[in-house]
Write a protein that binds this ligand. Structure first.
Ligand SMILES: [Zn+2]
Length: 46
C-alpha cells in the first residue's frame, strides 16, 4: 500500500522540537505539553 492518507483534510501537522509532541491542527503556536517550539510538518510530500 502506498503511504497516503486520504482522510487528512487541509490541516497542518505540528511537532514539538523539544518533547516530540505531535498534533494535527490548523495552527499551533507552542507545545501544550512543554510550551516548547513547534514546527509545521508539511505532510505534502511526494
Ligand atoms: Zn513539547
Amino acid at each position: 500500500m502506498v503511504y497516503d492518507d486520504p482522510y487528512t483534510p487541509e490541516r497542518s501537522y505540528y511537532e514539538c522540537l523539544d518533547c516530540g509532541y505531535r498534533e494535527t491542527t490548523d495552527s499551533l503556536e507552542s507545545c501544550p505539553e512543554c510550551r516548547g517550539r513547534v514546527r509545521n510538518i508539511a505532510v505534502a510530500r511526494e
